[in-house]
Write a protein that binds this ligand. Structure first.
Ligand code: GLN
Length: 538
């Protein structure tokens, strides 16, 4: 039998309590004690993966090295643990059913009635274990999306119950995350929602081992005792999770509450060493004591929902700390950048044009690039943002008046961005873009190469369109140079404007690889360039 131990994290009372951050923080502490840990997320929706979801629905789609389109919580896992995740770290109800139904069509069930129990729950349990199979992990944390009591979460909860029963209490524990709200009018913290939520979980046959209680105020021993009594949980396993100044404080807060120690006790694992969090604390020190400040314009079309650009925002936190600089992000709706663009953009110390799809807001993004290029404001274009910089350069420098991406205008005379050859025959939607990690070789002395400190890199992609190599020479002659090329396919992955202090457009998504301990070099360099620009400006 495998010696891997399993921790399930469920949520109750309300969504958005931060199961992902609690899971990642616990994993961080266990990792810092010397355990190998990974986290996986099981989402109850029917989409096979979140790749087809509009960011307004579910926030950013996070892409792994192996090309899986996944939930944005995987981004937190990677940023905290500094270990890559994979396709196996995110499973949805859709994927479970897809597998079972495909098997049924192949006749795998030999005439049996295919049912939620046991067939769906068996497939869920198989997936709980998949990451543990190669023996690489001592501990696997599984976050169950949604709340207990949600109809759609029932098969997952039932599978957790069965799994715990089969594997034994010492090998599987459940942590339930709830809310202890403060009622202003009564002037007190209320435990009833937590009591109800635990009751609901118990009705499904799962007794939580540990409760993590989100709260705005400290939980007194008295409150903890009350929660413990009503929930059948030991008092020292009622863990307070107080609102934090930054999500990166949470591992330290959880350490103070001894969450890691309680977990290890329950799983009959030794404490090993005290968690070594020196570099984490160093990062927090820099983050909280900036010596400078810059303002960055972030241009995108999903700006009303900050989760749509989660990884970009977090990358700026990492890169800001590295530069001991506070980065203020101003989210600007690209649709609004059709007039007064200079007035809106020229005040900033740096401009980032975000990834995206479709026509909405495209022209506004191009207008923003123009202001950044002409006024030598540091510019960072990511994926669609890079494509916008190419279109802008074509129109305004190369005088190709109707230049466009064929995504926005299939009939343009100057298709400077066009669909990749391999994409042209694809009609299926989910998981069919150019996805995952690809190699890229950098031109020595380019700003990109200077940032990375090497000329060979790997970055993650998610796109269907690309720089049209047919125009390479014209662009290079006029001052926009491809400085990053895929050695196998010859695809242009990076462009730079050479007579500009820092103008870098990348076809890949650097934000997906920035972590606390390894801030992404391009974000670090962009923040640095913006800081220098802000100094010369003043
Ligand atoms: N829509 C563009 C493409 O598919 C850019 C995608 C993106 O920004 N992720 O190529």
């Amino acid at each position: 039998m495998s010696s891997t131990k399993y921790i399930f994290v469920t949520g109750g009372v309300t969504s958005s309590l931060g199961k992902g951050i609690i899971s990642a923080s616990l994993a961080k502490l266990l990792q810092a004690r010397g355990y190998s840990v990974t986290i996986q997320k099981f989402d109850p929706y029917i989409n096979v993966d979140p790749g087809t979801l509009n960011p307004y629905e579910h926030g950013e789609c996070y892409v792994t090295d192996d090309g899986a389109e996944t939930d944005l919580d995987l981004g937190h896992y990677e940023r905290f643990l500094n270990v890559p995740t994979s396709q196996d770290n995110n499973v949805t109800t859709g994927r479970i059913y897809y597998k079972v139904i495909t098997q049924e069509r192949q006749g795998a069930f030999l005439g049996k009635t295919v049912q939620v129990v046991p067939h769906i729950t068996d497939e869920i349990k198989r997936n709980f274990k998949a990451l543990g199979e190669n023996g690489n992990f001592d501990i696997i944390i599984t976050e169950i999306g949604g709340c207990v009591g949600d109809i759609e979460a029932l098969p997952f909860i039932e599978a957790v119950r069965q799994f715990k029963w089969e594997m034994g209490d010492n090998n599987v524990i459940t942590i339930h995350l709830t809310l202890v709200p403060f009622l202003k009018s009564a002037g007190e913290l209320k435990t009833k929602p937590t009591q109800h939520s635990v009751k609901q979980l118990s009705e499904s046959g799962i007794q939580p081992d540990i409760l993590v209680c989100r709260t705005e105020y400290h939980l007194s021993q008295e409150i903890r005792k009350k929660i413990a009594l009503f929930s059948n949980v030991q008092q020292n396993c009622v863990i307070e999770s107080i609102d934090a100044e930054t999500i990166y404080d949470v591992p330290l807060l959880m350490k103070k509450e001894k969450l890691d120690i309680r977990v290890l006790q329950k799983l009959r694992l030794e404490e090993k060493q005290e968690p070594n969090l020196d570099s984490w604390k160093e990062f927090l020190g820099k983050l909280k004591n900036p010596t400078s400040e810059i303002n960055i314009a972030l241009i995108g079309k999903y700006v009303e929902l900050k989760d749509a650009y989660k990884s970009i925002a977090e990358s700026f936190i990492h890169a800001g700390a590295m530069n001991e600089c506070k980065v203020n992000l101003e989210w600007i709706q690209s649709e609004k950048l059709l007039e007064n663009v200079y007035e809106t953009i020229s005040e900033f110390d740096g401009v980032l044009v975000a990834p995206g799809f479709g026509e909405r807001g495209f022209e506004g993004k191009i207008n923003a690039v123009k202001i950044a290029r002409e006024n030598k404001i540091p510019f960072f274009g990511i994926c669609l943002g890079m494509q916008c910089s190419v279109v802008e350069f074509a129109r305004n420098v190369l005088k190709m008046d109707d230049a466009a991406s064929t995504e926005m205008n299939p009939n343009t005379n100057y298709p400077v961005i066009n669909m990749m050859e391999e994409q042209k025959s694809i009609t299926q939607k989910g998981g069919t873009m150019r996805l995952g990690s690809f190699q890229c070789e950098l031109l020595p002395n380019s700003n990109a190469a200077k940032a990375y400190g090497t000329t060979k890199i790997n970055e993650r992609h998610r796109h269907r369109y690309e720089f049209n190599s047919h125009f390479k020479e014209q662009f290079t002659k006029a001052g926009m140079t491809p400085t990053g090329i895929n050695p196998e396919s010859g695809l242009v992955e990076i462009v730079e404007v050479m007579d500009h202090p820092w103008f870098v457009g990348v076809q890949f998504h650097p934000e997906l690889k920035s972590t606390v301990l390894n801030p992404h070099p391009l974000f670090v360099a962009f923040v640095k360039a913006s800081l220098e620009y802000s100094k010369t400006k003043n």
